[in-house]
Design a protein around this ligand. Structure first.
Ligand code: 5GP
Ligand code: MN
Length: 326
């Protein structure tokens, strides 16, 4: 695995950096991307007299409202300008496909691809790969990168990075939350981030349209062999005027039921594909099922996007989940 000190050296020497995060962005994707931006700009500022430098932050999909307020979010572009670059950095993505159209092979003509991630399914698709499976969030690795760069974390970076930690750990409730994670969170709070504001604006954000969508989706809820699943169609979204993608965290609710050890939500997209969100209780591992279907994730939280329609997606995925609970 590439050491952060090596990546820090490359970034310090670079004049033109393109940083990317994954499609269907969540708090850790955008929190890490923005935190990375704040920190790298600060590292560059500490070396005055160098020629003008260029940093572009890109995400192919629009940001959902619960992360749009993070400092610097307005500067994220959907489509990066043309290179050349000295480094391209991929954050929180386990494969190149997950970067969507923001990832263009021609951007690597002059630049190494640096992969910084914490997913067990990471394909090590960069020239330099820093994949730390013990990190609770990619944001935690960005804090370590700041230390490797020797820069202090300012208040803007602190908000972004704490938002990444809070969202990926569901408010410090997942099994990968260690004393070190709490120490990182404390550091970010000391640097100026408000934990309660982040929790309120990210995790607690549930518009009524989403609750109405859940009420429709929950009419499809089924349980078999301790696997619970539900579906969301585009027709349901139209009925309640809900956003066009994602389940808004429904799969995370299903896994909380004591009768359930694996949960899945199948969500039809506008293009007719199906996003599959998977969750598992400790002792079960859904990451490999997601990987085998072209997706990825963590043992307890993973996902993939596969061909529709909904019934076909369910018929393909459910037998794989039943194998895990047989
Ligand atoms: P969620 O269900 O919250 O969308 O995703 C849960 C986890 O699965 C996250 O860690 C996310 O990165 C991963 N994941 C979800 N969908 C995909 C996908 O299509 N490809 C990959 N590589 N990972 C995914
Ligand atoms: Mn993450």
């Amino acid at each position: 695995m590439a050491a952060l000190i090596e990546i820090a050296g490359l970034l310090r020497r670079a004049g033109r950096v393109l940083a990317l995060t994954h499609i269907a962005p969540d708090g850790d994707a955008i929190g890490s991307l923005l935190g990375f931006g704040w920190i790298l700009r600060r590292a560059w500022q500490s070396e005055p007299g160098r020629p003008a430098r260029r940093l572009i932050l890109a995400c192919a999909d629009p940001l959902p409202p619960q992360i749009q307020w993070l400092p610097g979010a307005d500067d994220i572009v959907r489509e990066p300008p043309a290179g050349p670059w000295d480094a391209v950095v991929a954050l929180d993505a386990s494969d190149a496909l997950r970067l969507g159209t923001a990832f263009r092979p021609q951007d690597l003509a002059t630049a190494p691809l640096v992969v910084i991630d914490h997913h067990i399914t990471n394909l090590r698709f960069g020239a330099l790969n820093h994949v730390d499976l013990t990190a609770a969030a990619t944001a935690q690795i960005i804090v370590e990168l700041a230390d490797a760069l020797g820069v202090a974390i300012g208040p803007e970076a602190a908000v972004c990075l704490l938002a990444g930690l809070v969202t990926d750990t569901l408010g410090f409730r997942t099994t990968n939350v260690t004393v070190e994670v709490m120490a990182t969170a404390m550091r970010l709070m000391q640097a100026g981030a408000s934990l309660s504001e982040i929790v309120e604006r990210t995790l607690n954000h549930r518009p009524l349209s989403l609750l109405r969508l859940w009420s429709l989706a929950l009419t499809t809820l089924q349980l078999e062999q301790r696997v619970a699943w539900a579906s969301i169609s585009q027709a349901m979204r139209e009925q309640v005027n809900a956003p066009a993608t994602g389940d808004g965290g429904l799969v995370g609710q299903l896994i909380n039921a004591p009768e359930v050890v694996i949960a899945a939500v199948f969500a039809e997209t506008t293009t007719g594909k199906v996003e599959v969100g998977l969750r598992a209780k400790a002792g079960y591992d859904v990451s490999q099922v997601a990987l085998s279907l072209g997706g990825g994730g963590h043992p307890q939280a993973a996902g993939c996007t596969i061909a529709g329609p909904l019934a076909a997606a369910e018929a393909r995925v459910l037998p794989l989940l039943f194998q895990l609970t047989a």
